[in-house]
Design a protein around this ligand. Structure first.
Ligand SMILES: *[C@@H]1O[C@H](CO)[C@@H](O)[C@H](O)[C@H]1NC(C)=O
Length: 562
């Protein structure tokens, strides 16, 4: 036992040494990374034309470009209808570089809306639309969105101070989550060329698992590309997670079906949809007895020898006494509790004998005629198809309604959603360059920081080869000790599963199943600070039980007759 205690001590000591070493390494690392000139932040500059390229690094410019909504949400209680969520321009809460600011939705469980006008409206023509931005759920996400809306250019909705949930948008794009429902929206609003009504078209789901993007608390880059040939592509962190065609991959589909089922067509009265019918020529066989029971008494079953027919199986307990406080009015007539009849103990049974039941060979159940093919079967009825009166064929759903602004109109149960490096452009290379200058650098830095402890470790080792001796000592010694401890103990006790439990050296000798036989001094615990007097407490419990056992038989209350 003393050896085991010794091993634990050395193990603890070596863990302490290793941990303090790691902490020192971390402190050094911080010093290094701040001195590294590569890590000095400069605001990105867009490499070509963009309808909007926002890095949020200039709070003064932000105030002139972005407009907070002063609207109220329609159709809900006045006191929660206001768009009073709090937006802030500030550094990310983790891994931020000095001067790199983003837009943060600070508040939770409040409606928040903010928007910005594009440098010029985006008109869907012969160039693609690329929308790209970074989102970091800095505090995770329970329920809420981080999607953006590309607002439709519409003379009645030009005032961004009035931006609210009903403000018409052309495209909605971005992450959204509630509970276990993780989404990456891409919705566009399509104008029906027949009558001008507008319908939301929802993109099919991405194949990718989306959970991690909501909970890993690092920035992710969301990109939507829509091209004049009606194809689209959705990327997260520059990896394609969804792609397809505006014509084929949306519900409801852009174009309605050419033919529809005639809603006025009704099934003819005589249309027979039964594939099989009961054979009308079949007759019930003469000897078919529908009334024969499923089970009958087995007349061959004999009463076992020694069965005491005249003895009742139970008798009133002769030792029971009526309790003093028994109240005949309240409790009814007192009857002693029943005991098994001792005379039946050695007999196969007592009381009147009942013969066993057996399966009735004559049992047939209800007679049913066999089924045959229905000669009048006409197949399943379907209404006839007619030309769809609402049919149209829009071959260019890419030609969506022009966009004049971009906005976030959100509600979130988790605070501190960080947005950054938003761009809207018609040039895929410009968007790519913008991501390389912002997101990629930022993510590299995060990767660098999470690996920096390891990197320092490697660097330091290559510069100071003598440190290997220390590593071997710090890492190797506990390993050798653990091996030594394991081998040693397993030689003494072949049953390894007992090692973490209480060690009971004499267990093998003790044949009785109860452990009560073990004296307190035979038990010892591995860590030594456990009380070894378990069996004493057991005794106390045992004593308690005994005092309970001499109590009365449970009182059987009977319904009170009034
Ligand atoms: C336009 O047509 C669609 C069917 O294609 C219909 O659902 C919608 O109600 C119509 N809208 C108007 C304003 O008539």
């Amino acid at each position: 036992m003393a050896r085991i205690k010794g091993c634990t001590l050395v193990l603890l000591l070596s863990i302490l040494i290793t941990r303090s070493g790691a902490q020192q390494g971390h402190v050094h690392d911080q010093d290094f990374s701040d001195d590294d000139p590569k890590n000095i932040y400069t605001s990105p500059i867009v490499s070509g034309f963009a309808y909007l390229a926002e890095n949020f690094d200039d709070p003064e410019k932000f105030k002139t470009v972005w407009i907070q909504s002063e609207a109220k949400k329609e159709g809900i209680d006045e006191d929660i209808a206001k768009y009073d969520g709090i937006w802030s321009v500030e550094q990310a809460s983790r891994n931020a570089q000095e001067g790199d600011l983003g837009l943060v939705l600070k508040s939770k469980a409040r409606h928040a809306a903010i928007s910005a006008r594009l440098n010029k409206p985006f008109k869907f023509d012969d160039k693609p639309l690329i929308v790209q931005y970074e989102v970091n759920f800095q505090d995770g996400q329970e329920c809420g969105g981080a999607y953006l809306k590309l607002l439709t250019q519409d003379p009645q909705h030009m005032d961004l101070k009035k931006f609210h949930d009903k403000t018409p948008y052309t495209i909605m794009f971005g992450p959204d989550k509630c509970g276990n429902d993780h989404k990456l929206h891409f919705i566009f609003r399509h104008k029906n060329p027949m009558n001008g009504s507008i319908e939301e078209k929802h993109c099919k789901k991405p194949k990718e698992r989306l959970e991690d993007f909501f909970k890993d608390k690092i920035p992710h880059l969301y990109t939507l590309i829509i091209r004049p040939d009606n194809t689209f592509q959705i990327k997260i962190d520059n990896k394609v997670v969804n792609d397809g065609s505006l014509l084929d991959d949306f519900t409801p589909p852009v174009n309605p079906p050419l033919e529809i089922e005639d809603p006025n067509d009704i099934r003819p009265e005589d249309w027979d949809e039964r594939e099989k019918i009961p054979d009308p020529t079949a007759v019930k066989p003469e000897d078919w007895d529908e009334d024969a029971p499923a089970q009958i008494v087995d007349e061959d079953d004999m009463m076992p020898v020694g069965w005491l027919e005249d003895e009742p199986p139970t008798i009133p307990n002769p030792d029971a006494v009526k309790p003093d406080d028994w109240d005949v009015d309240m409790d009814g007539e007192w009857e002693p509790p029943e005991l098994p009849n001792p005379k039946c103990e050695d007999a196969p049974g007592c009381g009147p004998y009942k013969q066993k039941m057996k399966k009735n060979p004559r049992f047939k159940g209800k007679w049913l005629p066999p089924l045959i093919d229905n000669p009048n079967y006409k197949g399943k009825w379907k209404p006839r198809l007619i030309h769809n009166p609402n049919y149209f064929n829009d071959e260019h759903p890419f030609n969506m309604m022009p966009i004049h602004a971009i906005g976030f109109e959100l509600w979130s149960m988790s605070p501190d959603i960080y947005f950054d490096n938003l761009i809207i452009t018609d040039d895929e290379d410009v968007a790519k360059q913008w991501a390389d200058d912002t997101f990629e650098i930022h993510r590299q830095k995060i990767a660098q920081e999470s690996w920096s402890v390891w990197r320092k470790f490697v660097d330091f080792t290559s510069e100071n080869p003598w440190i290997w001796a220390v590593y071997i000592l710090v890492v190797g010694l506990p390993v050798i000790l653990i091996m030594y401890c394991c081998c040693f103990t397993s030689q003494e006790k072949p049953d390894k599963s007992e090692e973490n439990e209480r060690i009971i050296p004499n267990e093998e000798l003790n044949e009785t199943p109860e452990s009560d036989g073990i004296e307190p001094n035979q038990m010892e615990s591995v860590d030594g600070d456990d009380d070894p007097i378990i069996s004493e407490t057991d005794d106390v419990v045992e004593d308690d039980k005994e005092t309970h056992e001499d109590g009365d038989a449970p009182r059987q209350r009977k319904p009170n007759k009034e």
